[in-house]
Design a protein around this ligand. Structure first.
Ligand code: UDP
Length: 498
């Protein structure tokens, strides 16, 4: 169904991390396909990462533009060119990155003030709390995009708005999060990824983000109603906001190039990998990838390599951010020769959706980033869950306990909470072997088959949501209509004053 022409202009502020930028670009495309003009404001490195996809969208007559905004590296104490969370040299620079993001308020407002046509709506990553003040000054509605689905967002909301964490002394004790439709048990570190933090700066950011949520026009979520109906409802209640689930947004990409190049150019081994997969039996290969910026420490990477080798299950592993020590280990031990024929290691960026939707793939070892989770859901692939940090432990609960399409690898402590040397190997090779075999083998027929069937059912639901007249399609229509109505009200009140 074609949408009526609009004269709306949405301005999007994606957070500088692949897991936020990629779905925002999809949202830009979805809006532009509804005849909305879209401006994405981001930094040059990020612009470059999305350039080919945006250029193709423009060639297809979609009204999208990307405007560069420069990060004040020196002022924020960041190395020149460090424009995305995956580029930060060490954790000690995270605070500098947050400061740099905060310093964008003034230049961003200047850009918005001279945009033509003037912005009708801002869709801002939740991390840019200051867009709330800018939106207020410009009298423009602001919609928040947080990144995770409603389940994790609701868990975070409960943690942030109750004293539940204060009730427990130990970091190891499991407790049920109150007020959730299901019994979800977590530890304090697993649940406190978006909390107040311990410094004056983190507390200020937290408070401003909370205020910005209170002032927001609504929240747009990369999810779909049928995936988490109770959580969509409860999240809307908890925030008191309109919540529009318009995903899985990755399904808006139709051309092979757009699917292959989401977020980055795929590694050189892309074609070899797909060719290699062509030669495998259907549903026989496990795919391993830990997202855009989780890095596996050397000894853990070695343990993973040995676990995969001992499982006897074919695998393709996209290894990013390897260390010299790991490379030395693989070459000295001739690891790649040893696994040849059964396993494939590719260094660099995976064309993840192409891999997940290949008929040879039967399982996914994932870090439970929300985008990867949804992409596996769309492909109908069950998962071995190996969360690292942030919302990933919550997403694991959702995959395993709510959707029942995953198997836990057994990691319990977020990376940020580990003493690096002491805990470098959190998952032993035996656990990896067991989890991969449990997911992929037909021997334990009942459980594995039930998981697989359920994953296929959920994939069908995802596709349906994104079809014309599907829930996500209708929710996007409603979101655009709500903004149109809001603007009409604004214009009327301006006329009334004049
Ligand atoms: N991704 C990819 N190739 C890679 C690594 C990541 O295409 O080699 C994409 C993946 O498909 C997903 C995003 O990057 O869309 C990662 O987001 P997610 O939320 O899963 O994890 P994050 O990187 O934010 O931890």
């Amino acid at each position: 169904m074609a949408s009526p022409p609009t004269n709306l202009h949405f301005v999007l502020f994606p957070w500088p991390a692949q897991g936020h930028l990629i779905p925002m670009v999809d949202i830009a495309r979805m809006l532009a396909e509804r005849d909305v003009m879209v401006t994405v404001i981001t930094t040059p490195v990020n612009t470059n990462r999305i350039k080919t996809v945006i250029d193709r969208a423009i060639e297809a007559n979609l009204k999208i533009q990307v405007l560069d905004i420069q990060l004040p590296f020196a002022k924020a104490g960041l190395p020149e060119g460090c424009e995305s969370f995956d580029m930060i040299p060490s954790v000690s620079y995270v605070a500098n990155m947050f400061l740099a993001m905060k310093l964008l308020e003034e230049p961003a407002e200047e850009m918005l003030r001279v945009l033509y046509p003037p912005p009708s709506c801002i869709i801002s990553d939740g991390g840019f709390h200051w867009t709330s003040d800018v939106a207020k000054r410009l009298i423009v509605p602001r919609i928040i995009f947080y990144g995770p689905g409603c389940f994790a967002s609701l868990c975070i909301n409960i943690v942030n708005n109750t004293n539940i964490l204060g009730d427990f002394k130990s970091d190891l004790e499991y407790f049920a999060l109150p007020g959730l439709p299901d019994c979800i048990e977590v530890t304090k570190p697993q649940a406190s990824s978006w909390g107040k933090g311990n410094t004056k700066e983190t507390r200020e950011t937290f408070e401003r983000t909370q205020e910005a949520e209170k002032a927001a026009f609504g929240i747009v979520v990369n999810s779909f109603d049928a995936l988490e109906p109770k959580y969509v409802e409860e999240f809307a209640k908890a925030t008191g906001k309109k919540v529009w689930c318009i995903g899985p947004v990755s399904l808006c990409n139709k051309s092979l190039e757009d699917i292959a190049e989401r977020g980055n150019k795929a590694a050189n081994g892309e074609h070899d990998c797909l060719k290699w997969l062509d030669s495998r039996e259907p549903r026989s290969v496990v795919y391993v990838c830990f997202g855009s910026f989780s890095s596996t420490l050397t000894h853990q990477a070695i343990e993973l390599a040995l676990g995969l080798e001992s499982s006897n299950i074919p695998f393709v592993w996209f290894v990013s951010r390897t260390s010299d020590e790991f490379e030395k280990w693989t070459s000295e031990g001739q690891y790649e020769e040893r696994i040849k024929g059964r396993g494939l290691m590719v260094r660099g960026w995976a064309p993840q959706i192409l891999v997940l939707s290949h008929q040879a793939i039967g399982g996914f070892i994932t870090h439970c980033g929300w985008n990867s989770t949804l992409e596996a859901i769309c492909a109908g692939i069950p998962m071995v869950t190996w969360p690292h940090f942030a919302d990933q432990f919550l997403n694991e609960r959702f995959i395993v306990n709510v959707l029942k399409i995953g198997l836990k690898i057994g990691v319990e402590v977020p990376i940020t909470y580990r003493g690096k040397e002491k805990f470098e190997v959190m998952v032993k090779r035996e656990a990896i072997k067991l989890a991969v075999e449990g997911l992929m083998n037909d021997e334990d027929e009942d459980e594995a088959q039930t998981r697989r069937n359920r994953a296929k059912e959920v994939a069908q639901m995802a596709k349906k949501a994104m079809e014309d007249e599907g829930s996500s399609h209708l929710n996007l229509t409603m979101m655009i209509a709500a903004i149109t109505e809001e603007l009409a009200l604004k214009n009327k009140s301006i006329k009334d004053i004049v």
